[in-house]
Ligand binder design. Structure first.
Ligand SMILES: [Zn+2]
Length: 424
């Protein structure tokens, strides 16, 4: 393992690459790399599985170097000849959450992951760097891809796509959200279609998505499962479903995630997408969302409108949970003296890099958590699963309370910035 400090390098390259032409290095197709993320509390590494290609490149063609570094993983691609950084993607993953649990002290975990990049014209080298909560980067995997030598597996189209809301912009200039249903049988086709339409509405009617909906496309895959419902291990319920979603992932009952990420991407490849949202056919409250990875929501329940936009906040905006009382067991998640990477939390270590410029000068820091400061931008103590020493911008933002259409100004700004990234 090699400890790296890549932050300075990243800043150096941002300027030279912003103007770089997509066509110099890439063709308009997608390359997907499947790999396993394996490890425990002390160590982790990437084990490459296979390359896949097809479709078109649906991500942005302007910001090939990721401007927002909210993830704890960084994927970087270099031209093999001149060593220039030509593509990067910041993301987080379920593995890194697993590695902070007690289970990881005694058990080695193995998680499927995928990364997408535009298809390179020439040989490239790529690296995976994992950042810990103190922002120290460790190189955990690397590889090469040569279009002349490597034989990627072509995407195969299997599923019908339902268009729910289409932007006039092409996928390269729009935020493309794709719903992948799980736990719906063929007999539930009507329910599947109604649910997809309803969840599309939840996104499009919520600010700030509502205001920029012309730049958003929402589609769904019409994919059916062998059995109806979702796996719930604590109740001894196991279902054969399309992508094997399950409750109680990393031992948190309501944490609903997908255990077959490779299959999920294989199915998603049938439509253009930037972000995958799994809609799970289950009445039990649950969900999850990880930055630039994917998010999930259960289809029934009175707060499913809130759950989908909250999880999208994680997936799209890199936003943290602003609540601090929960069953989530994470240790050392926000170390003292380290500014969190997420835009909507601060430890006041480097508040200037957060929402200090948006704050009214008369607002006290910390801000008293009482009625006087309801709907006032402040610095309220408690957030990110921690009651003390971590601060949030709003008393009851959608990232804290089960309140639909209530993103605070800081989260709103982060979401709009992310949509802008996909739209340019
Ligand atoms: Zn917020």
């Amino acid at each position: 393992m090699k400890k790296l400090s890549l932050f300075l390098f990243a800043f150096f390259f941002v300027f030279s690459l912003f103007s770089q032409e997509f066509e110099d290095y890439f063709v308009n197709k997608t390359l997907r790399i499947n790999y396993l993320h394996i490890g425990n509390y002390n160590t982790n590494h990437i084990q490459l599985d296979n390359f896949y290609y097809g479709g078109t490149w649906n991500g942005t063609i302007h910001s090939l170097i990721e401007p927002n570094r909210y993830g704890d993983m960084l994927f970087e691609v270099f031209d093999a000849e001149n060593k220039e950084l030509i593509f990067s993607r910041s993301y987080s993953c379920l593995y890194n959450e697993y590695s902070t649990t007690e289970r990881a002290e005694t058990e080695t975990g193995s998680f499927e992951e995928c990364i997408l990049m535009p298809y390179p014209k020439k040989k490239v080298e790529f690296t995976f760097t994992s950042y810990d909560r103190k922002k120290v980067g460790t190189l955990i995997g690397s590889g090469t891809f040569d279009p002349e030598v490597d034989k990627p597996i072509p995407f195969t189209k299997e599923y019908k796509t339902i268009n729910l809301h289409l932007s006039k912009n092409s996928p390269q200039h729009a935020l493309d959200i794709l719903f992948v249903p799980d736990g719906y049988t063929k007999k539930e086709k009507k329910k599947l279609r109604q649910d997809m339409k309803r969840f599309s509405g939840y996104i499009l009617e919520c600010s700030p998505f509502k205001e920029v909906k012309d730049n958003i496309s929402i589609r769904a895959i019409e994919g059916f499962s062998e059995e109806s419902g979702i796996t719930d291990p604590l109740k001894n319920i196991y279902k054969k479903t399309l992508i094997n979603s399950s409750y109680n992932v990393i031992d948190v009952d309501r944490y609903l995630m997908c255990l077959n990420v490779w299959k999920m991407h294989e199915i998603a490849d049938d439509a253009p997408y930037d972000l995958i949202v799994i809609v799970a056919n289950s009445p039990k409250y649950g969900g999850g969302g990880i930055y630039n990875f994917y998010c999930t929501v259960n289809n029934e329940g009175r707060v499913s409108d809130y759950v989908i936009v909250h999880e999208l906040g994680h997936l799209l905006g890199g936003l943290a949970d602003e609540y601090y009382t929960s069953e989530v067991s994470v240790r050392d998640y926000y170390p003292v003296g380290i500014e969190p990477i997420e835009p909507n939390l601060t430890t006041l270590t480097d508040f200037e890099s957060k929402w200090a410029d948006m704050l009214d000068p008369s607002t006290p820091i910390p801000t008293p958590d009482n009625e006087k400061y309801q709907n006032v931008l402040g610095v309220f103590e408690g957030g990110g699963y921690v009651a003390e020493g971590v601060y949030r911008p709003w008393r009851d933002c959608t990232m804290k309370e089960a309140k639909y259409n209530n993103f605070c100004p800081v989260c709103t700004k982060a979401i709009l910035k992310a949509i802008d990234y996909y739209t340019k």
